[in-house]
Design a protein around this ligand. Structure first.
Ligand SMILES: CC(C)(COP(=O)(O)OP(=O)(O)OC[C@H]1O[C@@H](n2cnc3c(N)ncnc32)[C@H](O)[C@@H]1OP(=O)(O)O)[C@@H](O)C(=O)NCCC(=O)NCCS
Length: 204
């Protein structure tokens, strides 16, 4: 039996690399949140709603975590899965960057859990994985996600047209980034949000 790998604990949450033993739990989580997550994730691959799929995916992610290729974390509250996040596209020299994605269980939205979990995860990525830059991409109409990233100190860098195919169509995204606060550097200023979002708040 493989145990979760504990990454960080916060006042209310634990951040772990989930063991493949959590396959059933992941399966139930994605199934009950299909509608909630639909507009922010690519079309699910075949078998996505089966525990066999999750057993394989979690085993693969466990392996990737140990090799430093990808970090997929589960957010637990009292041991129960309430959200997840991933750091993908981990680039070495000279970028030292990664791309962040995240989502909550609908039932716990509005409690500050994601801010608390991301606070710990970002610190881990900067301190342990020595990232210089962490990027996130958000649909312009996803106000909660934009507000969350701004609270965490991300700055808006630009607007990417037709960036990702989600729920069957190409969608524009706002690109944001956070830089390692442990490094001595000039922190760039954010683009004006209204300028960045000006054109397609309604269509994207
Ligand atoms: C994006 C997403 C994670 C944001 O969730 P969220 O609950 O708004 O973010 P947080 O967990 O940081 O919670 C902040 C909210 O909790 C409230 N809150 C309550 N108690 C709190 C506490 N103790 N500490 C901090 N905030 C608290 C805040 O006031 C804020 O609510 P408000 O915006 O209505 O004022 C969530 O909407 C989601 O999973 N959406 C679907 C998937 C998705 O869009 N992913 C992102 C793709 S880019």
């Amino acid at each position: 039996m493989t145990a979760d790998i504990l990454i960080a604990e916060t006042p209310r949450l634990q951040l772990v690399v989930p063991s493949p033993e959590r396959a059933e739990e992941f399966c139930a989580y994605v199934e009950r949140n299909l509608d909630f997550h639909r507009s922010s994730m690519p079309s699910p691959p075949k078998g996505f709603e089966t525990s066999a799929f999750w057993r394989d995916r979690l085993a693969e992610r466990f392996h990737h975590h140990k090799a430093g290729r990808l970090h997929g974390f589960a957010i637990l509250c009292d041991g129960q899965l309430v959200g997840d996040m991933s750091f993908t596209q981990i680039m070495g020299e000279p970028q030292h960057s990664t791309v962040l994605g995240y989502k909550l269980d609908r039932s716990v939205e509005g409690r500050g859990y994601m801010q608390e979990a991301l606070g710990a995860a970002l610190a881990w990525m900067f301190d342990e994985r020595k990232r210089h830059r962490i990027e996130a991409n958000v649909r312009p109409n996803n106000k909660r996600s934009l507000a969350l990233l701004e609270r965490l100190g991300f700055i808006i860098e630009g607007y990417s047209h037709s960036y990702l195919r989600l729920d069957g169509r190409w969608c524009d995204h706002v690109r944001l980034a956070l830089f390692n606060p442990r490094e001595v550097q000039v922190i760039p200023s954010s683009l004006d949000l209204s300028l960045a979002l000006g054109k397609s708040m309604s269509q994207a």
